[in-house]
Ligand binder design. Structure first.
Ligand SMILES: [Zn+2]
Length: 111
């Protein structure tokens, strides 16, 4: 199985836990609901960030069209380059069709 598939399965389980906590939240008195909601929102954001960080460590590209970043999927291979595409905004990386080639990070300027 693809590492990202395993990763997604693991995070799906964690998201189900969050869904269960949300259901429990509904049983709380009104004055406690907001407090718990804010906590759950934070957990959800952190889950997305953790998922993106692990995907990046596995060699996936991240699209910055929103935050937390979206994991770009390997849609095709062009020669030795893997082409990734964002499932949200459809942006491709590297965008070889528009002549955009990933450049090495610029070195510090020498004075
Ligand atoms: Zn995107």
């Amino acid at each position: 199985m693809e590492p990202l598939t395993l990763l997604s399965a693991g995070f799906k389980t964690l998201k189900e836990v969050v869904t269960a906590i949300k259901a429990i939240k509904e049983l709380l008195p009104e004055n406690k609901k907001n407090e718990v909601s804010m906590g759950i929102d934070g957990v959800e954001a952190n889950l997305k960030i953790a998922e993106a960080q692990i995907a990046q460590a596995l060699g996936y590209q991240l699209c910055q069209c929103e935050f937390p970043p979206v994991i770009m999927l390997n849609v095709e291979n062009s020669g030795r380059n893997k082409i990734f595409q964002c499932p949200k905004c459809n942006k491709k990386y590297p965008n070889i069709y528009e002549g955009e080639v990933p450049q090495p990070q610029p070195e510090g300027e020498y004075v």
